[in-house]
Design a protein around this ligand. Structure first.
Ligand code: CMC
Length: 434
């Protein structure tokens, strides 16, 4: 029971009633502050997947899953994706404001200054097998940054915050491109001070000593948009991991490396790779979309429609809408009149949205459903898709890590459990064990 006047929630137990304060939000869900629950009642909450639990207060991102609204520091994702470049959104997430011209130039200067990798780190790439998944390389390389560069926010360290942040943002892009070059056995292409953030990435990925790469402004614009779409999504699994790892006092690089590992899973960022593999499988096997939809509904089959469903969105993911439109525009621009995978994807979407199972469970395409088709058209290999997601999500991870560090309510993350194991029993010496 919630007492609206007093802003408290009352918990009525057989032997007593206890009331808890309500933590107010500026918009959206309010929270029942249960910090005194265990000490006052001896009870704890049980919430697998933490689906009903706010582990923090946050001012970075607002998400209304029922109405398909996503905002960063009050700006709608549609406006940011249409009007900004990725680095502006990165600054917005990290500082709370969009940069003015001077701040943008200063940030770009720092990004350029910090774009190269320590030559000692470059040798690490030699030891990965060529078929290594780039997410494995990315996570390992990012944690290695803490061995090469000074940590952020330590009393004995006077490296300014901007330096550490741009060091990570800029170097992770270089690591991502190098991991691709490693996988195809080509020499690394170094970052260039002449190129903007996305141009630099495309150039490091696709130019080579024997082939000049023409950077198509439309491709650059779509990539900027996709990075913005992924830039933050409040308390998703990987961000929760970054906050959790950082809560023990772990440095920024190591916390983000853990976030990268969490993102890799197919229920999270790994879904963009899984979507293309699923669409490819449908195309090659000749299965009908109806068969695939039936398979996804069959509870005895672990298969799920990849790129569909979301913990928070119970309507069309606003990011998916933008990604779908951009994907179509890109294919048109590149003169790809007929992409068989786009056709399969649109047919699948139509079939799923018309199906009662998907309607009842409010399962709609999410951000991962269409992005892969565009990445593929640009020439990015499937196993790099989740790396693209990680590059986009990086400013969000940084922003949450910083917010967590500055929040005096935050404590080391250490949940409770409801124990269901053996009750106390007598120890049996080895010679008496059956
Ligand atoms: N295909 C078929 N059934 C589904 C799907 C799907 N893609 N997603 C959810 N369901 C069903 C699920 O079986 C469950 O049914 P029931 O109530 O009968 O047990 C119901 O819908 C609720 O699903 P849930 O697993 O309890 O929901 P969740 O919030 O725990 O999981 C999710 C969310 C995204 C992990 C899940 O929808 C999923 O596995 N989707 C496919 C993977 C995917 O596209 N992931 C990308 C997410 S968006 C990008 C990101 O943030 O990483």
């Amino acid at each position: 029971m919630i007492d609206k006047d007093e802003q408290r929630a009352e918990l009525v137990l057989p032997e007593k009633s206890v009331s808890f304060p309500i933590t107010e939000s500026s918009v959206g869900d309010q929270g029942i502050d249960i910090r005194r629950l265990r000490s006052e009642t001896g009870l704890i909450t049980y919430d697998p997947g933490l689906a009903n639990t706010a582990a923090c207060k946050s001012a970075i991102t607002f998400l209304d899953g029922e109405n398909g609204v996503l905002m960063h520091h009050g700006y709608r994702i549609e406006d940011l994706a249409e009007n900004c470049v990725f680095l502006e959104v990165a600054v917005l997430l990290i500082t709370g404001s969009l940069p003015n011209r001077e701040e943008r130039s200063q940030f770009t200067r720092l990004m350029n200054k910090n774009s190269m990798l320590h030559e000692g780190m470059i040798r690490f790439f030699d030891n990965y097998p060529e078929r290594a998944h780039p997410m494995a390389i990315l996570s390992a390389m990012v944690v290695s940054l803490s061995a090469f560069y000074p940590e952020i926010i330590r009393e004995d360290n006077d490296t300014p915050l901007d330096e550490t942040i741009t060091n990570l943002l800029s170097k992770m892009r270089t690591i991502a491109a190098f991991s691709y070059k490693k996988s195809i056995g080509e020499p690394f292409v170094y970052p260039s001070y002449k190129l903007r953030y996305v141009e630099n990435f495309l150039n490091m990925m696709f130019s080579s000593p024997v082939a000049n790469y023409h950077i198509d402004p439309v491709v650059e614009a779509v990539m900027n948009k996709f990075l913005i779409l992924h830039a933050d999504h409040e308390q998703n699994a990987s961000t929760t991991v970054v906050r959790g790892v950082g809560s023990s006092g772990t440095n920024l690089y190591a916390s983000i490396a853990a976030g990268i590992s969490s993102l890799w899973g197919s229920m999270h960022g790994g879904a963009n790779q899984a979507v293309i593999e699923m669409l490819e499988d449908i195309r090659v096997s000749g299965k009908s979309v109806k068969q695939v939809v039936e398979q996804a509904k069959d509870k005895s089959n672990p298969f799920r429609l990849m790129g569909f469903g979301h913990r928070v969105y119970k309507t069309y993911d606003p990011r998916a809408r933008i990604a779908k439109e951009s994907c179509r525009e890109l294919l048109k621009h590149l003169g790809i009149d007929n992409d068989p995978l786009l056709d399969v994807a649109m047919e699948l979407e139509e079939a799923a949205l018309a199906d009662d199972y998907f309607k009842e469970k409010s399962l709609y395409p999410n951000v991962d459903f269409y992005t892969g088709i565009a990445y593929r058209a640009i020439g990015i290999p499937t196993n790099m898709f989740t790396v693209m997601f990680a590059l986009g999500r990086l400013p969000g991870w940084i922003a949450h890590w910083l917010e967590m560090r500055q929040d005096t309510d935050q404590r080391i993350v250490r949940p409770r459990q409801v124990y269901i194991g053996q009750k106390p029993r007598a120890f049996v010496p080895v010679e008496e064990r059956l």
